[in-house]
Design a protein around this ligand. Structure first.
Ligand code: PLP
Length: 419
């Protein structure tokens, strides 16, 4: 059964972020100050026990954006809190908070939403680390078990959710590395109909997709990637309802507070300086990725890019995405064998300085990796096959350096010579 939804009103994350941004530095600085304190004073001794009971924290002051009292650096920090507000504006959620890594955001969210022996339904194509967390780590240590399904098959998702009474439906909006695009509104409706929370990792598609506008309850990021843009910090974020973020920071029951993977305020400060140009970067990543995809297609390469009209979810992505941010900075090329994939990447890196053979994405230079033998190596042969990740698949995160024409020629040369 289909669940038609009213299309969300048009949303522009840049507009929302611009409104959330400004907070002056301590002396009127144009940049936010870094609150590098691990502990915070109160002006009345009676305030301390109130904070321990969840009162008077930064969410409690509805009059001002960052009012309320702070307590301790592993609890809310003002600089991280402000960064979290920017992320929440970007993702159109009530609240957000930043974590020490993307996997910390994922693990602590799932541990907050699920209790011992609860069940999760997840996409069968996911970042390898998330896959390992769900497949082995969580069941072995917490009894939280995951059923993996092809989330393009909505009927299979519904029956898996129903069969196990799952608490969470977990997907990546654009899957790593196959670049399948999820039908977010339909998956959200199915999750809600089955009483599950819909959790979406939006690492691959910041700005272009806003999963919360399509029904996601929680939106996660590895801020290590596009949000940083410089491959210099490991960072993550959780965006969702205020109640969820507050529960994760609860002094007695919160996964962020008790496991401690919060972001350092110096890193939060760094990242607040990167968000204002995320829009320009995503547009340029997308413009170049589209040009690479078209050229690769022209020379006969097996390229997958969500911006190409024959991508299976191209029309869906067009209908879900915020206009003006393109189709993302990632593409894949299937070079048929690992040997050819390796030759292709070596020519590009060692002869042309086209980019780097390195995992990760969202960097200002191009990053290339063979997914099956790197970021998806947690998957066994059968799982790789099921996920459609061949041994010759190269994932490319398209960078911003060099001229476009120079890069296109290098790409063509490496493709021809890697044969
Ligand atoms: N989510 C996705 C889609 C990723 O690709 C990655 C890392 O590659 C992560 C989460 C984990 O992020 P981090 O490395 O910041 O912990």
């Amino acid at each position: 059964m289909d669940h038609p939804q009213t299309p969300p009103a048009s949303f522009d994350p840049l507009r929302a972020m611009a409104q959330a941004r400004h907070e002056f530095g301590e002396h009127g600085g144009v940049n936010l100050s870094i609150e590098a304190s691990t502990t915070f004073t109160v002006m009345a001794a009676t305030m301390m026990p109130r904070i321990f009971h969840g009162e008077g924290g930064p969410f409690s002051n509805t009059a001002g954006p960052t009012g309320g009292c702070y307590l301790y650096g592993r609890h809310f920090n003002p600089t991280v809190f402000t960064f979290g507000r920017m992320l929440a504006a970007m993702e159109s959620t009530e609240a957000g908070y930043a974590t020490s890594s993307g996997i910390a955001a994922i693990a602590s969210t799932l541990l907050q939403l699920c209790k011992k022996d609860d069940r999760i339904v997840a996409a069968d194509v996911l970042y390898g680390g998330t896959f390992a967390l769900l497949k082995d780590y969580l069941p072995e240590r917490t009894g939280i078990e995951t059923t993996f399904v092809d989330v393009m098959d909505l009927a299979a998702v519904r029956s898996a959710l129903r069969a196990i009474g799952a608490k969470v439906l977990y997907v990546e909006s654009m899957a790593n590395p196959t670049l399948l695009v999820c039908d977010l509104p339909k998956l959200a409706a199915i999750a809600h109909e089955c009483g599950a929370q819909f959790v979406v990792d939006n690492t691959f598609s910041p700005l272009l997709l806003t999963p919360a506008r399509h029904g996601a309850d929680v939106v996660l990021h590895s801020a290590t990637k596009f949000l940083s843009g410089a491959s210099d910090v490991i960072a993550g974020a959780v965006c969702g309802r205020r109640e969820l973020i507050a529960s994760m920071m609860d002094l007695h029951t919160g996964s962020l507070m008790l496991l401690g993977p919060v972001m350092d305020p110096k890193i939060a400060h760094e990242l607040t300086l990167r968000l204002p140009h995320l829009g320009i970067r995503m547009q340029e990543h997308g413009r170049r990725a589209m040009a690479y995809a078209l050229r690769l297609r022209e020379i006969g390469a097996a390229v997958v890019y969500p911006g190409l009209p024959d991508h299976p979810q191209h029309a869906l992505l067009r209908s879900l995405s915020n206009p003006g941010y393109g189709f993302g900075g990632l593409l894949t090329i299937d070079l048929q064998s690992l040997e050819r994939a390796n030759r292709f990447m070596e020519i590009l890196q060692n002869e042309h300085s086209f980019g780097f053979m390195a995992v990760s994405l969202g960097y200002f230079d191009t990053l290339m990796s063979s997914s099956a033998s790197s970021t998806s190596s947690e998957l066994g042969d059968d799982e790789l096959l099921r996920a459609g990740i061949s041994k010759g698949l190269v994932r490319m995160s398209v960078g911003l350096t060099g001229t476009l024409e120079q890069r296109l020629q290098q790409l063509e040369d490496a493709y021809a010579r890697s044969r």
